[in-house]
Design a protein around this ligand. Sequence first.
Ligand SMILES: [Zn+2]
Length: 430
Amino acid sequence: MRQEQRSTTRSGGGKAGYPEAADKASLRRNNLGVVLRHLRENGEQSRTRIATSTGLPKATVSVLVADLIQRGLVREGELDRAGAVGRPHRIVDLDGRWICGIGAEIGVDHITVTAVNLRGAVVHEGRRALDVASLPPRAALTAVAELVTESLRAVGEHGMGTVGVALVSQGSVDAASGTVRVATNFGWHDVRAADELRALLGPGCPPVLVENDAASGALAEYVAARGTDVHELVYVSGGIGVGGAGISGGTLLRGSEIGHMKLDRLDRACACGRTGCWEVAVGLQTFLDAAADPADRVHDRSVDLAERLAELLARAEAGDPRTLAALAVIADDLSLGLSVLVDVLNPSRIVLGGYFAVFGRYLVDEAQRFVDRRRISPAAPRVVVAASALGLSNAAQGGAQLTLEPLFNDPSAVQVRATVSHVGPGAEPE
Ligand SMILES: [Zn+2]
């Protein structure tokens, strides 16, 4: 996964330095990251269990945990008495009180800004309906900057620091230069979005990066699966565009243009200039067009997408034949594409996000049946299809997670907090 650049200087390095000291410092940095990532992936646990699971000596784990507590990254919690013989152990877990990241998703008809703490919990969220496709990029980014500023103020009031802002866009992005290369659904080409947003936020703003929405969504799902045995998944997001990305053992596998696989049985024209793309068959616009007449308010982009989808969900639940018929067609075409992904990627889990998740009960079962029927042999491992439980802000949440990623790779970049050990439990602004 991409590493954010840091200006922190460290001792022990340099050509004429002390190799042994440098090795020790780098070993310690690495081990701090091992413990912190272990807690993210497995949830709260005792020092003894961390030692057993990571293979680090117990005494080393104790020193590392003490260091992480001083940096405000880990905190002590309950006593672990479960099944233990002898003295109970104090549980340690990620500390959500001090540090957060901000994700700002720019969609075709909305912007969502979400601040997430180290534990993956949402601490602040702002959302606005915005017809991005009809605005120049600068105007859309100005609206994003307003929501981000609001979020920075809110987390500051909680006493938290923000390590970075990730602008999350659909289409292809160049993370290194912070550029949205092509976002066909809102007509952006080579927009230097990170630079623009940085300028709009003004001096003193946290580092700004740019990421693809499906990659961010995959990361959010992965973090949400913390403490379970899910260590690998493929995420497919349903909006006006359809995107996908995978994550395996904590490493993000950025999706190619899965929304543009040639799978549309009607060979309709796509915003990418070609015909027959999967996102034309299963994208949100196709669903809306099938479910409601053009004058219906579910087509009104000035109304928040969550509200419009809730309206359609209510119709489906009331048994409205037109909505149910539209969903049945989407379910068929979605299943077809997912079965291709299964054949190519062989994941153990597929998570559906965006509007697919809102209508999960109408789409997931059909997709699961289809994928099960297509299984090469009964002995082949089963792929589980599930709906995201993170809601429509999942890509923004993943963007926020992405800004926190460097801390999990190198916790020593976070300064020791002078006061942290004196802050009692119950002060967590979650
Ligand atoms: Zn296309």
